[in-house]
Write a protein that binds this ligand. Structure first.
Ligand code: AMP
Ligand code: MN
Ligand code: MN
Ligand code: MN
Length: 290
């Protein structure tokens, strides 16, 4: 129940994109599920970057919390050398081709860290490797947000946003690129693992230029299931455009918070949601592909 309204009398609340501290969120997987219950969500998808490692704990916590956890992932892909994030729902977590690709991406993630530490040191901000390990906790997918947290802990910047704005963004002085899966092959991997493929924040910060309508239409013909429309990185006009585009090309529409706990304070759980009809279609496709 939320605010005294019986569950059967209100619309089901669904958030299909959230991170735990196994990647760059700040809640443990079980903590994320508890936070979802506290936010009045009925369904939350755990979509850590490039790892399934948080799923067992989140799924184990779901029953007692009264929240359904949809297993997901946010895969690091690229189109034309530009970063594109691909959400996968309901993938078989033991699919060896997908697991091999995830391992390759995570190796790229950790492999770039020494070069980024060197760049930060050259900028006058040496960081202790032990400090980085401490702020990373038990994350198995390491990213720039962990470097940002180390910069904060060392007192060089006030928060993650300042760290990205000044140093870590794709055009920042401490940025070092890393391996990501070519987008069409990433869609193929998700589909071959029985999953549903949805492009995250397609017209957000970086990827709009490489995802024009004609290419999204082409991808719809090659196995892409949907696009994330309602996301904080899209303004209202962009959401309207993307919703119409999805309608023209038979793509599913999702909405979600992209919750990162304390890592992105304006991305609170449930700030954007997915329609129950869209989740029903995602469930039907997962069942059909299983
Ligand atoms: P990486 O995975 O190492 O490429 O880092 C990208 C991650 O950094 C994204 O998943 C976001 O969670 C986070 N991020 C990107 N830009 C910003 C920003 N301006 N402020 C805070 N976090 C950001
Ligand atoms: Mn992230
Ligand atoms: Mn993303
Ligand atoms: Mn995300």
């Amino acid at each position: 129940m939320v605010q005294g309204i019986p569950r059967r009398l209100r619309r089901v609340k669904i958030d299909l994109h959230a991170h735990s501290a196994i990647s760059d969120g700040t809640d443990s997987p079980a903590g994320l599920v508890a936070a979802a219950a506290a936010a009045g969500l009925d369904v939350v998808a755990l979509t850590d970057h490039d790892t399934f490692d948080g799923l067992p704990e989140a799924l184990a916590a779901a029953g007692a919390a009264g929240v359904r956890v949809l297993p997901g992932i946010e895969l690091s892909a690229e189109a034309g050398g530009v970063s594109v994030h691909l959400l996968g729902y309901g993938c078989r977590a033991d699919d060896s081709a997908l697991l091999d690709e995830l391992a390759l991406i995570r190796r790229g993630r950790s492999g770039r860290i020494p070069a980024m530490l060197a760049a930060l040191a050259a900028l006058g901000m040496p960081l202790d490797a032990g400090l980085l390990a401490r702020v990373s906790g038990n994350a198995t997918s390491i990213g720039r947000p962990h470097l940002a947290d180390a910069l904060v802990a060392q007192g060089y910047v006030a928060d993650r946003t300042e760290a990205f704005d000044k140093y870590l963004a794709d055009d920042g002085p401490a940025f070092v690129p890393r391996y990501a899966a070519p987008l069409e092959s990433a869609i193929g991997l998700i589909r071959a693992a029985g999953g549903v493929a949805v492009i995250a924040h397609p017209w957000g910060r970086v990827s709009r230029g490489v995802l024009p309508e004609h290419y999204l239409a082409e991808l719809a013909g090659r196995g892409l299931d949907g696009i994330e429309v309602d996301h904080n990185d899209h303004d209202p006009a962009t959401r309207d455009e993307l919703r119409a585009l999805a309608g023209r090309h038979g793509l599913l529409v999702t909405g979600s918070s992209d919750y990162h706990g304390l890592g992105k304070r304006d991305h609170g759980l449930g700030v954007n949601t997915t329609a129950p009809e869209a989740l029903a279609e995602i469930d039907a496709r997962i069942a059909a592909r299983g």
